[in-house]
Design a protein around this ligand. Structure first.
Ligand code: GCV
Length: 716
């Protein structure tokens, strides 16, 4: 009888006690898992200097509750007076209830800056987190908690942080029907149909994640814009999102379809010099600001890939941008005008067109316009040289646009940590004002003394439970925020911080994960587009290799346009004898890249057209070197999968298995890329494989026959 009762009790307990939740990636880098060795410091209590805490201060206090409950098993008690061991929170608006001796000087930290330092209190030591603004303080709280969570001893900390870049934005390419252009993590998280009635709690979780890495702006909609988002019906929905984001210091931006005055306003024209058009935009801006007083502004793609723009009326990009800027200026909004422009009719080398178009407009933009430039002159390829507009626009602020979603780097299944790619761009020297004129110094405004600075990342967020499709792609979201805050931060250090917060603080496991991340992007370059090759992906969806495509309506959308391979040679001549794109760079880069002997291998076929038997610095022929890179890429992909397998048992099982499956896909696709590429090149150059290289698994016809009509993330 007693035994039966015990069984019944055990059964009831099994039914009533929910099993521990498996890790599914939803918490991102904010898991607040206690570090292996426990947290090195537990504050005695938390004290704020506020008499009436703002919503943002309340978010900071909530964050401390969430974090300490997880890290230490209980919330910190809140006290009214600071004593020994206190954690003191202060901002300019949140000082008055602190004793005079503890009121920090917060001026000079900048609007988003913060400080964390030890102070004397109650006859002992306390820790002060101070921001000039409440949002700065919130950023400081996140930094403090993430340090604790990584196992850092925060007691001797003395940190002062001010972001190098003013506007740090995610750009969503989300359509109103929830399809995400180039999205690989499911549908858009914005459920427009249900907004504003249903404000999904996920919106706040999203804002919370962004704030933790310093992101302070979100452009909600696709740059291939739909004017509908500017209707009153949709602005009500946008307002609901803005209200959720505000306490986290995040402003909303919208993509403005240039023809909106015609589509929504019934005007006969969208000519930026037309008075009615001007008035329409002014009224629209007033309408938006009446509901969203901190609205960030408009992001615009104009006269590119079929989007309407000022050139439809014979006006320049500056005239178009300035008209919108005038409408926003009274409210403090900005226009982010994209320089991703190229035309199907234009015979000029596609990678030259943005510079040709924008360079003559330098100095013609209003003060509240920032020209948004992709990292490279083509389109977010695995590797490109930096965009020649960086360093070339002395009187125009330039925003750097990066792509977090991996349209050209294997979608969400391939591990490609983009921190290394972005650092390569940021640390590239433009030589615009002599050596040391890095892209980072253009972007943070130092080079041309710009106050308006910005960095934008095309978001990889969707409704997938883990937000980004793959666990490792969370690292790219995280790295974007960290680099937008501090472009000088190291890709390696960011990877290590992310991995410690996301997986474990075990140093050996971290060494493996960071090593995997640090080699991952180069692996992708090697098996997809080595030696400066570019844009060889499948038509439209950009999934997989399609090097043979040479017959689309637009030549500049074909892989052939970029590789130009014939029996004798391969590559795009961008020197004086070709398109002369090198002339868009400052000396000594121009001379360096114009000379094949001084062009680095990784950009060789970007700038030069060379015979297949060209002798490389390695002593191998170009053909042999190409095959070697493909093989290396496949080997690296195999290594990634193997390194991960070595971590079995040290990573929670669900996330381990998810990553392992994706790495297996990457391994297979790396081989597919290598084999299809080699099969195609051989069909063109008729060359035998170098000794020891394996023949492609299938013949070229097989690779050509593969179709992927339902590949995710396609454009219209
Ligand atoms: C939003 C590339 C992408 C397009 C994208 C475009 C852009 O061409 O393939 O999907 O359009 O870049 O950046 O505007």
């Amino acid at each position: 009888m007693r035994k039966q009762a015990l069984i019944l009790v055990a059964l009831a307990a099994a039914i009533l006690v929910p099993p521990a939740m498996a890790e599914d990636g939803y918490e991102l880098w904010l898991r607040y898992d206690a570090p292996e060795a426990g947290i090195p410091y537990l504050p005695a209590d938390v004290v704020t200097g506020c008499t009436a805490p703002s919503e943002t201060i309340r978010k900071s206090l909530d964050e401390l509750d969430i974090a300490f409950t997880s890290l230490a098993g209980e919330k910190l008690p809140q006290s009214r007076t600071a004593g020994q061991g206190s954690l003191i929170l202060a901002s300019a608006d949140c000082l008055s209830s602190l004793p005079q001796s503890l009121q920090p000087d917060v001026t000079g930290l900048g609007e988003d800056g913060y400080a964390i330092r030890g102070v004397s209190s109650g006859g002992g030591k306390a820790i002060l987190i101070a921001g000039e603004s409440d949002v700065g303080l919130l950023y400081g709280v996140f930094d403090f908690l993430m340090r604790l969570s990584r196992g850092e001893d925060v007691r001797g900390l003395s940190v002062e942080q001010t972001p190098a870049v003013k506007l740090r934005l995610l750009n969503h390419w989300d359509n109103l029907d929830r399809h995400v252009e180039r999205g690989y993590a499911g549908q858009s998280i914005w459920n427009w149909h249900l907004l504003p009635g249903r404000v999904d709690p996920r919106y706040e979780d999203y804002a919370h994640a962004n704030a933790s890495i310093g992101i302070n702006g979100v452009s909600l909609t696709n740059v291939n814009a739909d004017a509908t988002v500017l209707t009153p019906q949709y602005l009500e929905k946008v307002t609901a999102l803005a209200d959720v984001f505000r306490p986290y210091g995040i402003k909303v931006y919208l993509t403005a379809r240039f023809s909106a005055p015609m589509e929504l306003g019934g005007l006969a024209t969208a000519d930026p010099l037309d008075e009615d058009v001007h008035e329409w935009w002014q009224a629209k801006a007033d309408e938006i600001y009446a509901e969203i007083p901190d609205f960030g502004g408009f992001l615009v793609k104009a006269n590119s890939e079929g989007q309407p723009g000022p050139q439809d009326y014979g006006r320049s990009h500056a005239e178009g941008a300035n008209m919108l800027a005038d409408a926003l200026a009274p409210h403090g909004g900005v226009v982010m005008w994209r320089a991703f422009v190229y035309s199907a009719e234009e015979p000029e080398d596609r990678v030259k067109q943005a510079y040709t178009e924008f360079k003559p407009l330098d100095g013609q933009f209003r003060d509240n316009v920032i020209v948004q430039v992709k990292n490279g002159p083509l389109d977010f390829q695995p590797r490109e040289p930096f965009h020649p507009l960086f360093g070339a626009m002395e009187e125009t602020p330039l925003a750097l646009e990066l792509q977090i979603t991996k349209e050209y780097l294997g979608f969400s299944t391939h591990l490609a940590y983009l921190g290394t790619l972005w650092k390569e761009v940021l640390s590239a020297d433009t030589y615009a004002a002599g050596p040391g004129s890095t892209v980072a110094k253009v972007v943070d405004g130092e080079l041309t003394n710009e106050a308006l600075t910005a960095m934008a990342g095309v978001s990889n967020v969707g409704v997938d439970r883990n937000w980004t499709g793959s666990h490792f792609d969370q690292a790219n979201w995280y790295a974007f925020g960290r680099l937008a805050w501090d472009p000088d931060a190291s890709a390696n250090a960011i990877a290590r911080d992310w991995a410690a917060l996301t997986f474990t603080t075990d140093p050996d496991v971290l060494d493996t994960i960071v090593a995997m991340m640090m080699q991952s992007r180069e692996a992708v370059v090697n098996y997809m587009t080595p030696l400066g090759l570019t844009h060889l992906m499948g038509t439209g969806h950009h999934y997989g290799p399609a090097l043979w495509v040479d017959d689309l309506d637009r030549a500049d959308w074909t892989p052939y346009y970029y590789h130009r391979a014939t029996e004798d040679a391969i590559g795009f001549d961008r020197t004086e004898t070709g398109s002369n794109a090198v002339a868009q760079y400052a000396e000594p880069l121009r001379e360096k890249w114009a000379d094949v002997a001084t062009t680095p291998d990784e950009l060789l076929l970007w700038f030069h057209r060379l015979p297949w038997d060209y002798e490389m610095t390695s002593g191998r022929s170009l053909w042999e070197e190409l095959v070697r890179h493909y093989d290396l890429g496949v080997q690296q992909a195999e290594d990634l999968a193997e390194q991960w397998q070595g971590l079995e048992g040290q990573i929670d099982p669900d996330r381990f298995a998810h990553v392992a499956d994706y790495l297996e896909i990457q391994k297979q696709e790396a081989r597919w890329w290598r084999d299809a590429s080699i099969a195609y090149w051989q069909s063109v150059n008729g060359l035998a494989l170098p000794e020891g290289a394996a023949p492609p698994t299938h013949n070229l016809d097989y690779y050509k026959s593969l179709e992927f009509p339902n590949a995710p993330g396609q454009g219209d």
